[in-house]
Design a protein around this ligand. Sequence first.
Ligand code: NOJ
Length: 526
Amino acid sequence: MIYHVYLPSFRDADGDGVGDLAGVIEGLPYLHDVLGVDALWISPFFVSPWVDGGYDIADHTAIEPRFGDLATFDRLVGELHRRGMRLVIDYVPNHTSDQHPWFVESRSSRESPKRDWYIWADPRPDGGPPNNWVSEAGGSVWEWDERTGQFYLHSHLVEQPDLNWRNPAVRAAMMDVMRFWLDRGVDGFRIDVVHMLMKDPELRDNPPSPDTTPNPYDRQHPDFTTQLHIHDRRHPDLHTVLRELRALLDSYGDRVAIGELEVMPWKDWAAFYGRSLDELHLPMNFSLIETPWSAGEIATALSSLEEALPPGAWPVNNLGNHDRSRLATRYGEAGARTAAMLLLSARGTPILYYGDEIGMTDVDVPRELMRDGFARHEGGPSRDPNRTPLPWSPAPGAGFSSSPHARTWLPLAPDWPSRNIERQRHDPASMLSLYRRLLSLRRASPALRAGAMRLHPVQETGCVVYERTLDDERMLVALNPGQAHRTVPVGRVELMVSTRAERALTEQASAIELCPGEGVIGRVLA
Ligand code: NOJ
């Protein structure tokens, strides 16, 4: 299981109200001993003006001082490896900050040797931007540069110019960035917006979208859904780049490439594994996050993934993420418990977003306290509500910061005095206790970790039911996301976990009665 540490909100060791790398080291006993996490994915900690949560990098190989320094980073790697844990860090290839020396040089003149490191284009004859592409953050992706008389492309904020991956010098420089961190011992990368790496070289207009309804499961500016994004992303040439990145990783041995991908047709998604499984090890899929919480829809998402998966490939699942509304906000407390069971029992490597294990919800962040640059455009999305500091205890400041009265970079959730790690550790009915039970069952069960998955037809029970099997071990999972009581015929199973703490865990001879919102895992007995 990979735990996603959103760094500024995980734990603050130096008392400035912002989480840091030393805070992650302090949190390792919790992550390792209490949860049993196998690997961490830590969000960006590189030097950055921080207009997009550090996804605007100004120096790829230096650490933003408020997060620590290279010595602390090395210490973290050592502490993780000593415990047998792995470290995945963010790799942001599509763009840099406009403060990055590469871009400063690129925009200095048309003759700059780095001019072609970014994507520059002339205006249309009417003086307008080169094409109609719009950004997820709102508005055109083109910014006019007065001094050199051209536009540059920024798929996100204006401060995030896109690199030109068609330029071999850019590829070489970005490969060196990977080498730098691999040499320091990282075990892999979560590669940001992989699908955007290559665009249409002719910069053709995107066609209008027949359906302009905003995606209810994502935080995007409404401008974004006005067109079909067929030319500004997913150009097939990007697969060549991924093969190069993968070859570099492979030359270091056992390292992992996880890719962030938007939801797309399954066939296109599967292509990111590579024809001979020589691209991403784990292309993320957001289909479960973008699935309405009903048995039919969840089962369809699971079976579509299984059908699309190339032979020999392994899936990765996530239900929470720093860009999306919190799991417990989307599905409510009972839904979030069933979702936890789904995440930790479906086939694939689970990624758990920090705080979901205690059922954190979106926090109403007042406009004047917002940090997310995406929120600056009228109607723009703020992702701050789902990025607030992790409450560790009922102590002042929620035990988040070493300085209990530090002003945290985003406000704490109002329910932190009751919803915190320490409280939940001592409450057997809490969300955290459920996560711990599920995680320890997963560790003890080869079938849950690595077994095959077979889905039962939803029509039979109105529930999501699947079996995970490996050798002689058969585990049965039954999830009832609906509002009605359901009966799932099972034969003889020994119930191991229920999302409802009140349920007595006994042997079931013929059928399990599931309450609304309940999920169970049982061992199938011969
Ligand atoms: C995806 C990241 O998850 C998101 O937080 C960021 O704003 C964009 N990529 C741009 O890097």
